[in-house]
Design a protein around this ligand. Sequence first.
Ligand code: UDP
Length: 238
Amino acid sequence: MSQPPAYKRVLLKVSGEALMGGREYGLDNATCRRIAEDVRGVIDLGVQVCMVIGGGNIFRGIAGAASGMDRAQADSMGMLATVMNALAMQSALEKQGISTRVQSAIPMSSVCEPFIRRRAERHMEKGRVVIFAAGTGNPFFTTDTAAALRAAEMGCDALLKGTQVDGVYAADPRKNPDAERYVTLTYLDMLSRDLAVMDAAAISLARENHLPIIVFNIHEPGAFTAVMKGEGKFTTVI
Ligand code: UDP
């Protein structure tokens, strides 16, 4: 008999970029569907899943600021972009027969629920996937930090960071095929080596809350399920 998964509740962070698939901008429906199928696989293992979706496929505050916009204003636009992605992900999950709720850190009550931690907890206990939108609700933060924050608030056992490659490498494996993939890393390794996987605020928050970060390839079908079973390729940051 196979082992039950080691995790009861996890948060999956998906960047906006991951939802673009092969496109230059915006959303690719087939990619959203495939990610939703992977979430379905993990739910079928009996793991509770919540999600944070980025917005970089639509708008990043830092790019807006670089073009002369006020940074806080531009970041508000970035946070709104994450709400659009969260709604797209909600549709994709519902097509898989998964019950979901979107909770936004910026209240917009005619579109989704506001973020209420206890309510989110209840949804998860009922087996619903809660998608946390609008990041932390504050400018000058990223959705990686929002992911670490929500994972800590929800008492998740791990933060899963779906990226373009199957873990954390010493150098970009797409440019350097001989680059070494780390199996495990410490939070301090991540911070001191400045490995461009998550920002320092997110890593520090995870470290303070003893929240393992698991980095895996979001584009590999079935990888999320495999990681939950301890199979396949990934990097664990503890
Ligand atoms: N953002 C923000 N506060 C947050 C989270 C996000 O202001 O707590 C804004 C910020 O402008 C950011 C944008 O939302 O550039 C999209 O988020 P992010 O860049 O983290 O998305 P990803 O890179 O994961 O697609």
